[in-house]
Design a protein around this ligand. Structure first.
Ligand SMILES: *Cc1c(COP(=O)(O)O)cnc(C)c1O
Length: 363
């Protein structure tokens, strides 16, 4: 029997529908009370003073980089193995991504950070990839010693814990995405910055809304990269369900580990981590063939990511002296993301496992 199992699914229920309808009746559509409340709740979740919403992670981080005065020639240490948007905002500021390799959790390997620092390095951008926290303590220690800032990319890790502390609570600032595949969704694009820095938060708020703090006074030239009430209302409902959806993801990951051990490579998980499994990524040298086999049987898969950022044309055409990153490059050819989301059913998970097991029996 062929079924259809999607890779991911945004959270929509009756409460979300009702929240949207209530906004339609409110007559307020942009940066109103839903946005303010959503910001307070997001700041609370990340243990931060401020959360500032914007139209995507990419937009929010671009505004943050402008607010931080990131300059042409600055260098930022970042894993290559991440979504391309992780490095887009810095590239728009003329900064250079200094790519480093990953460890077996697919996150920035802290052992490799020190060697990537040059006199032009200004910051480190660790990514909590697939919902597993990057090892922040050694990264923060290096940053303090070398006077660098740390920006956490939390796009895939809403509510994950690093040694008991929520991701996003540790660096100078952190950025979240609410894109429809992420653990927290808003019926479209969305993102936010969290920070304790009053000045940064204030500047990002100004820049996202035409450079103003009051209606008719524009202190600087800004942008229109605001957030809206309908999506904030949907996000607030999602946030109330986030822990239960993440718990479901953890249960799915445990089931995958149990059934697929010894059949495919499984992702590393540290004892200090409470990951939220944005993706469940398995590994095999027969990746493309396995993906085809699964597709024919209705199982959607993904590759996050097939071409590492240090090999992307946008990067190779612009920067020279790019590094070779053996672990990243090998992973790119072997990784496969299999279905996981907050509403996936146990029989769907078992169907995915049965199909993978069947593939390896035949080959
Ligand atoms: C999705 C994602 C982004 C970009 O988020 P957008 O909201 O789509 O701009 C950045 N970094 C990582 C790791 C992501 O997964």
């Amino acid at each position: 029997m062929v079924r259809r199992v999607p890779l991911s699914k945004p959270f929509i229920n009756q409460e979300v529908r009702q929240a949207v309808l209530d906004v339609l009746d409110s007559g307020r559509f942009i940066l109103g009370p839903q946005c303010s409340e959503f910001e307070l709740e997001l700041a609370g979740c990340a243990g931060r003073k401020h959360a500032v919403l914007s139209s995507s992670w990419t937009a929010a981080v671009y505004l943050l980089h402008l607010a931080m005065n990131l300059r042409a020639g600055d260098e930022i240490i970042v894993p290559s193995h991440t979504a391309f948007p992780s490095i887009e905002p810095m590239m728009h500021c003329g900064a250079r991504p200094a790519f480093v390799d990953i460890d077996d959790t697919y996150c920035l390997d802290p052992e490799l950070v020190e060697a990537a620092i040059t006199p032009r390095t200004v910051g480190i951008l660790p990514v909590h990839l697939y919902g597993h926290p990057a090892d922040l303590d050694p990264i923060m220690a290096i940053a303090q010693r070398r006077n660098l800032w740390v920006l956490e990319d939390c796009a895939q890790a809403h509510s994950a814990l690093y040694k008991g502390r929520p991701v996003g609570s540790i660096g100078m600032a952190a950025a979240f995405s609410f894109y429809p595949s992420k653990n927290l969704t808003v019926l479209g694009d969305g993102g936010c910055i969290v920070t304790d820095d009053d000045r940064l938060a204030e500047r990002i708020r100004m820049l996202r809304d035409h450079g103003r703090r009051s209606k008719y006074t524009h202190e600087v030239a800004g942008f229109n990269l605001r957030f809206n009430e309908i999506q904030a209302a949907a996000g607030r409902v999602g946030l109330r369900h986030l822990e239960e959806l993440n718990a479901r993801r953890r249960g799915v990951a445990a089931r995958y580990r149990e059934r697929l051990a010894g059949i495919v490579g499984l992702p590393g998980e540290r004892e200090w981590a409470a990951p939220v499994y944005h993706m469940f990524v398995v590994r095999t040298p027969w990746r493309d063939d396995l993906a085809k086999f699964l597709k024919e049987r209705g199982v959607e898969t993904g590759i996050h990511y097939p071409l590492p950022n240090h090999l992307q044309p946008a990067v190779t055409s612009r920067f020279n002296r790019l590094p070779t990153l053996p672990r990243t490059e090998q992973a790119a050819g072997e990784i496969l993301s299999i279905p996981i989301h907050g509403q996936i059913e146990p029989d769907e998970v078992d169907y995915v496992c049965d199909t993978i097991i069947e593939y390896f029996k035949r080959h």
